[in-house]
Design a protein around this ligand. Structure first.
Ligand SMILES: *[C@@H]1O[C@H](CO)[C@@H](O)[C@H](O)[C@H]1NC(C)=O
Ligand SMILES: *[C@@H]1O[C@H](CO)[C@@H](O)[C@H](O)[C@H]1NC(C)=O
Ligand SMILES: *[C@@H]1O[C@H](CO)[C@@H](O)[C@H](O)[C@H]1NC(C)=O
Ligand SMILES: *[C@@H]1O[C@H](CO)[C@@H](O)[C@H](O)[C@H]1NC(C)=O
Ligand SMILES: *[C@@H]1O[C@H](CO)[C@@H](O)[C@H](O)[C@H]1NC(C)=O
Ligand SMILES: *[C@@H]1O[C@H](CO)[C@@H](O)[C@H](O)[C@H]1NC(C)=O
Ligand SMILES: *[C@@H]1O[C@H](CO)[C@@H](O)[C@H](O)[C@H]1NC(C)=O
Ligand SMILES: *[C@@H]1O[C@H](CO)[C@@H](O)[C@H](O)[C@H]1NC(C)=O
Length: 448
């Protein structure tokens, strides 16, 4: 055991004594700028502090991980610093390293510097807003995706403007490099979008403004509701059918359908369209539907019945009344009904004079479409007189049909009507009969 230890000691000492100046190559150090402008020439330096005497040292500049391509070379004698002038190209961006090796002595191991980060700056040029979907008109709630594309530029920062105001990051807006995403869009996200691309080198800022892109968010059209009124011109009749959507960004194209046929279409700048179609009175019903389209389409769910029956008599007037605590009549309800008609207009008269408003000091009219109207009356001095009603077609005031008149004042009303008398007398007779029967039975029992 001791012999082996002793032997190895002799070998080590013997080897050491063969080279009294051991050739050692220290780690080179690479110096240079952290950033450089594209197409400019910049210099990098490689320096050795520990190197063997009388050996030519070869210093080489490489991109890290790519030893096939020598970016610069320098033969250094006696510790001279290597100088590498480099014309900056895009591929220089990344990590550089310097390799030192003894030119004519393969027994000396080459050494590598620490890597040096170089950013290659190319000034930005020609920023441009690109809409990912290609569409500048979108419906609300769609996600807007914009990209700021630059023709040239590295290490670029992007800023976004909407109507000349900078957009900040919110829950609904996300920035990612050169992208802008807007979620849950509304009409408020409409406007002129612009991006600014910026980069800098040595305190010089390079900036490129894109041109603006108009983005419009539209509200989808809501289900259109059809309705119609009747128009009489000379002796012919037509229906003015209107299609109406509550919401939706115009322009909207409305189409009117009768079963499978398209009767007409019109594009409007609001949410109403009117179609005039000729009709004949009293004929069988026609069925219509509307479709609204502003890029998104919506059709009314139910068919609308288009049927016009002119007013027909007799026009009947009926009444009922409310009594107060002392059985006096305090309120009265008239009901006026036409026997036929789909578009009937009612008018009420007192002493042959039209009651001009739907609400007066002692009355209130309520229409019960299609062929009734109610007049509610408070019974006092002002409401006394003769009442009648008239029914006419809404579209033709020459057709008025008159009801019979009904005279009314407080005394007339508070005379007990015949029916009431009959009921009271009837009840009285019934009670009288009961009493007699009871008396009769009582008499029979007392006899027993
Ligand atoms: C170095 O090289 C020169 C000639 O190239 C020679 O004269 C000199 O002796 C050498 N010195 C050493 C230390 O080897
Ligand atoms: C190193 O070797 C090259 C050929 O490989 C030769 O031309 C050169 O003179 C040598 N230099 C030294 C210092 O020995
Ligand atoms: C940086 O800019 C300054 C002043 O503009 C200039 O003196 C200096 O040479 C520039 N440096 C480089 C590396 O271009
Ligand atoms: C770019 O936009 C910014 C901010 O709106 C403005 O200050 C600057 O003048 C614009 N530059 C050019 C060249 O239009
Ligand atoms: C609208 O009507 C015209 C004819 O009046 C027709 O040529 C056109 O196709 C219709 N448009 C639509 C969207 O239905
Ligand atoms: C559209 O039609 C509806 C009824 O159908 C009406 O209430 C509304 O005032 C109309 N609006 C316009 C702008 O014509
Ligand atoms: C209506 O005529 C009656 C008499 O027939 C009269 O007593 C009453 O005051 C008149 N009413 C009005 C409001 O003119
Ligand atoms: C019917 O209406 C027209 C226009 O609204 C009016 O000129 C005419 O006097 C009216 N006729 C009747 C009987 O009320």
């Amino acid at each position: 055991m001791a012999i082996i230890l002793h032997l190895s000691f002799v070998v080590i000492v013997g080897l050491g004594s063969c080279y009294d100046d051991p050739p050692v190559l220290g780690q080179p150090r690479l110096y240079g700028p952290d950033a450089a402008l594209l197409k400019n020439t910049v210099e990098f330096y490689c320096r050795l502090s520990v190197y063997p005497k009388n050996e030519t040292i070869l210093l080489q500049l490489f991109k890290e991980g790519d030893r096939d391509k020598i970016l610069g070379e320098y033969s250094s004698l006696n510790g001279e610093q290597g100088v590498f002038p480099i014309l900056i190209k895009p591929f220089h961006d990344g990590f550089l390293e310097c390799v030192a090796s003894a030119q004519n002595n393969t027994s000396i191991e080459p050494t590598v510097s620490k890597s040096h980060r170089l950013r290659v700056i190319e000034p930005v040029k020609n920023a441009e807003v690109v809409v990912s979907s290609g569409q500048t008109e979108l419906f609300e709630n769609k996600t807007l995706e914009l990209e700021c594309k630059v023709a040239k530029g590295t290490y670029v920062n992007y800023y976004w403007l909407l109507n000349e105001e900078e957009i900040s990051d919110t829950t609904y807006r996300h920035f990612n490099d050169n992208q802008l995403k807007v979620f849950r869009t509304t009409s408020k996200d409409s406007g002129l979008y612009m991006c600014i691309a910026l980069n800098s080198y040595n305190e010089t800022i390079y900036q490129s403004n894109s041109s603006t892109v108009q983005i419009t968010f539209k509200a989808a059209v809501s289900t259109p509701q059809p309705s119609f009124t009747v128009l009489k011109e000379n002796m012919s009749y037509s229906a003015l059918v209107s299609c109406h959507s509550l919401r939706g960004t115009p322009p909207i194209t409305f189409t009117l359908h009768e079963f499978d046929d398209e009767i007409g279409n019109v594009t409007v700048d609001d949410r109403n369209a009117t179609f005039k179609i000729p009709i004949a009175l009293g004929q069988h019903a026609r069925w219509l539907k509307c479709t609204a389209d502003n890029g998104q389409q919506s059709t009314s769910k139910d068919w609308m019945e288009l049927k016009v029956v002119p007013v027909e008599g007799p026009v009947t007037l009926q009444y009922s009344y409310d009594t107060g605590s002392n059985f006096a009549v305090v309120g009265l309800t008239f009901n006026c009904t036409a026997s036929k008609g789909t578009h009937v207009k009612f008018e009420w008269f007192l002493n042959g004079t039209l009651l001009p408003h739907t609400r007066g000091p002692f009355y209130h009219m309520v229409n019960v479409p299609p062929k009734s109207s109610i007049l509610l009356l408070a019974v006092d001095r002002r409401s006394a007189g003769t009442y009648h009603c008239e029914a006419s077609d809404e579209f033709d005031n020459t057709t008025a049909i008159r009801s019979r008149g009904k005279y009314l004042d407080k005394e007339v009303l508070n005379r007990i009507p015949d029916v009431v008398v009959a009921v009271v007398f009837g009840s009285f007779a019934f009670i009288l009969a009961l009493v007699c029967i009871c008396c009769g039975i009582g008499f029979v029992y007392s006899k027993m």
